[in-house]
Every structure is written in C-alpha cells, then in structure tokens.
Design a protein. Structure first.
Length: 254
C-alpha cells in the first residue's frame, strides 16, 4: 500500500492498494490527523463484499475446523475439510491462506505415510512462496519440510540439497528458529549415514541456537539427537545424560 501527496492541496492523497484480483471491495479512508496541505495520518479500511467475503469466511472456518480435527486424530476428515478450504482460497485468490492449507496438507500426508502426496503439496507451497508471495520464511520452512520427507524416503542427496537451501534462506533472513531446524535436519541426515561425529557437530550448532532463542522444543530435539549419536558411538552414559536432559526440557514444554 502506498500513500502520498497527489496535488499538494489539502485533503488530497494518492492511494494504491494491492488486493486479490477476484472479488469486490469497499475502501474507506478517513483523516486521523493533518500535518499540513496534502499531508497527514489516515485510517484505511478495506472490506470484501458479497460472495468473496462469504467464501473467505467459509475458507477460514474450514481451516480452523481441519486443525481441530487433526488435533483429535481424525486425519481423513481433516484432509477433506482442508481440501475444501484449498479450493475456496484459490477461487478468491487468497494466496496466503492457500499456502497455509498446502502446508497443512503436506504435513498431514507425511503423518499418514503418504509421502509422494506430501511432496506434491509441499512443492506447490514452495512455488507459491517463491513466485507469488515472495515469502522467504515460508520458502525456508517448506524446503525444510521437503527435506524431511525425502530423508524418510532415504533420498539422502536430494534431502541434503534441500536442507542446505533451507539453511541458506534462514541465515540470509536471520530466521534463527529455521536455522536451528535446518541444522537439526542435517544432523539427522548424517546420523542416518552413520557419520556420527558430523551429526554431533550439527546437533550442537542447532542446540546452541535453540538455547539462544529460548526455544525449548528445539532444545529437546537437539539433545535427543545428540543422545542418539553418542549411543551409536557406544558412549552409553553420555547418551543417557543427554536423553535425560531432553526429557527434562520436554517437561518444561508441557
């Protein structure tokens, strides 16, 4: 949204709004304060009207309903509801909500072990984040989700490339939670490849960032990963200590 002086006369302004291409909108602008001719503070309200507003409300309700169903373990019902929400958001051109639903469907199919379907939804979300939304956070998180699925499928080289891309996005955007997650994912990859020393180094980096941002869930995961690495190195007491720290941190979360 851009607001600027139009003619230099009092009470005039140039207003530019970016809204979805489909739908009808009502724009209301009111002056809150005046700083002189053509300048001041404005309150701007944009409302969807008619069918678009109805579909937006329905799509949001379906998104919330699907989340509740998933939390209750009713995954197939959640899938149906989210697919309806996806269709509605596409009809009204709500790309942000479309991305959220695509991410949810990707996660849901991962939980169900339907990895190829999960990949398709995540790839759609990635394209949307990169080409339509320009959302680097969504891009980085989706790259991480894709990497996790490809690791499950033992596609190590492609998973490695995706983790590295996610890490690069995180570091460039200073998104520390994502950086910790990408490092943890890389730790899992090298643990799977039985390169335990490299896995330990990555888990420790992930843990350091998680502690810095006080993210208890990520701390617990990194500690658990370290425990697994030391267990595979037959350092049993060290592994036990780390697992216990992981559990204690998890209790803090609960």
């Amino acid at each position: 949204m851009v607001i600027g002086s139009s003619t230099g006369e009092a009470g005039t302004a140039l207003l530019s709004l970016d809204v979805p291409s489909n739908g009808n909108y009502s724009v209301m602008v009111g002056a809150v304060a005046s700083d002189g001719p053509g300048q001041g503070a404005y309150l701007i309200t944009v409302l969807m009207t008619g069918e678009t507003a109805r579909k937006l409300a329905a799509a949001d309700q379906l998104l919330t309903q699907g989340t509740q169903l998933q939390m209750e373990g009713r995954f197939q019902e959640a899938r149906v509801v989210w697919e309806e929400a996806l269709q509605l958001n596409r009809e009204i051109g709500n790309s942000v909500r479309e991305g959220a639903v695509l991410s949810n469907l990707g996660f849901l199919h991962t939980v169900l072990g339907q990895y190829e379907k999960a990949i398709r939804f995540y790839e759609q979300h990635l394209t949307l984040a990169q080409e339509t939304l320009g959302d680097t956070s969504a891009e980085g998180l989706t790259l991480l989700n894709l990497a996790d699925v490809h690791l499950i499928l033992n596609q190590h080289q492609y998973a490695l490339e995706l983790y590295q891309k996610s890490l690069e996005v995180a570091q460039n955007s200073r998104f520390q939670a994502l950086e910790s997650g990408a490092l943890f994912g890389l730790g899992n990859l090298y643990l799977d490849l039985e390169q335990y020393e490299k896995a330990i180094d990555l888990y420790e980096q992930s843990l350091e960032i998680a502690e810095e941002i006080e993210h208890s869930a990520m701390q617990s995961r990194a500690l658990g990963g370290l425990g697994s690495a030391y267990l595979n190195l037959n350092q049993y007491q060290r592994a036990i200590d780390l697992y216990e720290q992981s559990i204690d941190t998890a209790y803090v979360i609960g």
